[in-house]
Design a protein around this ligand. Structure first.
Ligand code: NDP
Length: 389
């Protein structure tokens, strides 16, 4: 029997790795929808190769281009936010959520409403609306599986374990591009320097977020939301080799580590094949050749994003949505050349401090999450304009 699958963010780094795995086992999958945004050529190419029912670009201005690229293929073309939602409402067994940013939230929620298994690379969904996502999954008999390598590692280390026996969860961080830079040079870091990761080949936004540790900050909150553990039990450990992705410490002193090469096809393949394991085309580690793995404590002066994530977890409610929206705006500001590298954390800090508590303490509904997101984007925009001007 074939499995119906859809990939949201198919043209991105996670999306392409997912397609790589699906294309190897073509007969097993029936591809319902692929989505992208600006990369029309890739979207159309993959939709034709995989004989998808539907291809959607998030950009309504690109519909004619997508239609032309799909002409004669039998693949339906659509564009815009409503089309993304409609694609997520089509009956599917397994959905990859790999749109970047809060834009991934609504399609993910729609997929949960259909009772699908949602493989969640889009960590922003959990950061913005973790309890909502979990309750939607429960209500609709859907399943949420983590795809972030750290969270997939924790999920695997926890298989068959009692959460009451968990003393701590340690997620590792490579330290990104500026791990060893002198602190006083960080303010001058350029876009090109921040866009190059020492270990992982990823989309530009998450690569810059790795350099600033905003990625790890999001992952701290994601850990808290997905595994429903106290923030006090979650630690970050800098591990430059990116071989150990996470560890779970138990009350008998055991520390279960997940070790693997820095290749997202492991975590994607695990989520694709769960609850079974299938052979995956990832490198098998030769630990004798690697020789040594190193670790160091995270430095919250170098990476203020980690401190901000702790504050967000402390505040709870919709603070995650505010944090993520401010971070996305600050990142846009850095990418557009309007902000320096170290300004990003300052913007997020200011937006969090200035947020109206009524937004943060509001009930977690989709409308309130979107309102908090909107408010934080506006506040960040104002601060960025002041700084740039
Ligand atoms: P990419 O930037 O490579 O890809 C993002 C995808 O989202 C592309 O398909 C892009 O389309 C699409 N997209 C961009 N903007 C919008 C929008 N407004 N609406 C709808 N679609 C949009 O990102 P990654 O693959 O690196 O990351 C995707 C998600 O997975 C992120 O949440 C990231 O944090 C997470 N993640 C990524 C990892 C990695 O190794 N890359 C590891 C763990 C988690 P197009 O390219 O056509 O413009």
């Amino acid at each position: 029997m074939t499995r119906r699958v859809s990939i949201f963010g198919a043209t991105g780094s996670i999306g392409q790795n997912t397609i790589d795995l699906i294309a190897r086992d073509r007969d097993v999958y029936d591809v319902v929808a692929l989505t992208g945004s600006s990369n029309i050529y890739q979207l159309a190419w993959d939709a034709k190769q995989l004989k998808a029912d539907l291809a959607v670009t998030a950009d309504p201005m690109r519909l004619d281009e997508l239609r032309a690229a799909l002409s004669g293929s039998g693949v339906e073309a659509a564009a815009g936010q409503d089309a993304l939602i409609e694609a997520a409402q089509r009956p599917t067994d397994w959905v990859m959520s790999a749109i970047v940013g809060a834009a991934g939230l609504q399609p993910g929620i729609c997929a949960l409403e259909q009772g699908a298994t949602l493989a969640l690379a889009n960590k922003e969904s959990l950061v913005c609306a973790g309890s909502l996502m979990l309750s939607m999954a429960k209500q609709h008999g859907a399943r949420l599986l983590p795809v972030d390598s750290e969270h997939s590692a924790v999920f695997q280390a926890l298989a068959g374990e009692d959460m009451d026996a968990v003393e701590r969860i340690i997620i590792t961080a490579s330290g990104g591009a500026f791990r060893d830079w002198p602190l006083e040079e960080l303010a001058q870091a350029t876009l090109a320097q921040a866009s190059s990761h020492p270990n992982w080949d990823m989309g530009q936004r998450i690569t810059i977020d790795s350099a600033s540790m905003f990625n790890k900050a999001l992952e701290l909150i994601e850990t808290r939301e997905y595994f429903e553990v106290s923030p006090k039990k979650i630690e970050v450990l800098v591990h430059p080799e990116s071989m150990i992705h996470a560890m779970v410490g138990f009350n008998d002193g055991a520390l279960m580590a997940h070790v693997g090469p820095p290749d997202m096809r492991h975590a994607i393949g695990y989520a694709l094949n769960w609850p079974t394991r299938r052979t995956l085309p990832v490198e098998r580690l030769d630990l004798a050749a690697i020789g040594a793995l190193t670790f160091r404590a995270p430095d919250e002066i170098r990476w203020p994003a980690l401190r901000l994530a702790r504050e967000v977890m402390e505040r709870g409610g919709l603070a995650g949505a505010v944090f993520n929206a401010a971070k996305e705006m600050a990142l846009d500001g850095f990418i557009d050349g309007n902000l320096g590298f170290t300004h990003m954390a300052e913007i997020v800090d200011e937006v969090l401090n200035a947020s109206d508590p009524s937004h943060i303490d509001a009930q977690m509904t989709l409308d309130n999450v979107l309102a908090a997101d909107h408010m934080a984007r506006q506040a960040a925009k104002n601060i960025i304009e002041q700084k740039a001007g």
